[in-house]
Ligand binder design. Structure first.
Ligand SMILES: C[S@@+](CC[C@H](N)C(=O)[O-])C[C@H]1O[C@@H](n2cnc3c(N)ncnc32)[C@H](O)[C@@H]1O
Length: 298
């Protein structure tokens, strides 16, 4: 069974500008597609790879240049320190879920099958989508749906969820669809459910908060001219990365020095970001929302 098809493999690994003796980090190992390409380019160098999902362990090759850590990338700095590393030459993050996670019905990421609402990337995590739907108040639910799903009728959806759960807990995909199905715009049901499920997934896995924590640590760890390479899959995530690369903060607030020069932590390598080409998309439609951003530490 195949695990994942990496997006923009060649462009992203080239973006790391790999030195054969350098130290690199892949914070989202998954099926190891990006990691294998990095390993091929290393001689004396090292690759440290992270994935919080224990299923990724099955893809780890035997290679002395590789250290794999079954950890959340929010603990990047401490884990590197534990392994005697205090500076790195490049870091790649290919965010979101793997095809494997999405396609395994029991992981509960899909709305295409009637499965339990789980969505944990780390199977040992305490909070599932079902438990969020049970415990969050209406205002918090609406906020998640609006912030992470960009759903304009988020308050209405939250109200329907709260009304439905008063009758029966929402624990499966069909419970959810029964609760909010009437709000799905005709002929756009898939898009609607995809956004609702994206919002829940981001929330269950704290994706935006942990991304921010990781980026701040990456900036500290990267040596001068070190590369930060990030592939995002939705606009919210992309905005965080874009702002951070440009200004060093998540709001995109420009800070200037005494002489009025912009204080920027990175040199941006591809200003607008890179998206997959036609040929890649013909073979891998799922990469269609991917955007690759590359920056170099100043
Ligand atoms: C899109 S896949 C990466 C695929 C990989 N680049 C490849 O070529 O196969 C994202 C992976 O990152 C992992 N992941 C997401 N957020 C994480 C986090 N905060 N800490 C550690 N791993 C994370 C997921 O478990 C998933 O396996």
């Amino acid at each position: 069974m195949f695990y994942h098809v990496p997006a923009m493999l060649e462009e992203s690994v080239r973006g790391l500008n790999i030195r054969p003796d350098g130290i690199y980090v892949d914070v989202t190992f998954g099926g190891g597609g990006h990691s294998m390409e990095i390993l091929k380019r290393l001689k004396k160098g090292k690759l440290i790879a992270f994935d919080q999902d224990e299923d990724a362990i099955r893809n780890v090759p035997k290679d002395k240049k590789l250290i794999f850590l079954n950890q959340n990338f929010r603990f990047l700095k401490n884990n590197l320190k534990f392994n005697g590393i205090d500076s790195i030459d490049g870091l790649i993050a290919d965010l979101g879920v793997s095809f494997h996670q999405f396609d395994e019905p029991e992981r509960g990421f899909t709305f295409r099958q009637d499965v339990p609402l789980d969505m944990r990337m780390n199977k040992k995590g305490q909070v599932t989508a079902a438990s969020l739907l049970k415990t969050l108040d209406e205002v918090s639910l609406a906020k998640i749906l609006y912030d992470y799903g960009e759903l304009v009728n988020s308050r209405r959806i939250a109200r329907e969820i709260v009304a439905a759960r008063a009758v029966k807990p929402l624990t499966t995909v069909s419970d959810m669809i029964n609760a909010i199905g009437k709000l799905a715009p005709p002929r756009q049901e898939h898009k609607f459910y995809a956004r609702v499920f994206q919002a829940l997934r981001i929330s269950v896995n704290h994706e935006i908060d942990y991304l921010k924590e990781m980026l701040e640590q990456a900036l500290e760890l990267l040596s001068k001219d070190g590369r930060l390479v990030v592939i995002t899959y939705h606009s919210l995530e992309d905005r965080v990365v874009k702002n951070f690369m440009r200004t060093g903060n998540f709001e995109g607030e420009e800070k200037k020095d005494f002489y009025g020069n912009l204080i920027a932590p990175f040199r941006i390598i591809n200003k607008k970001g890179t998206v997959p080409g036609e040929i890649e998309l013909e073979d891998n439609r799922r990469a269609r929302s991917a955007r690759l951003r590359i920056a170099e530490k100043i």
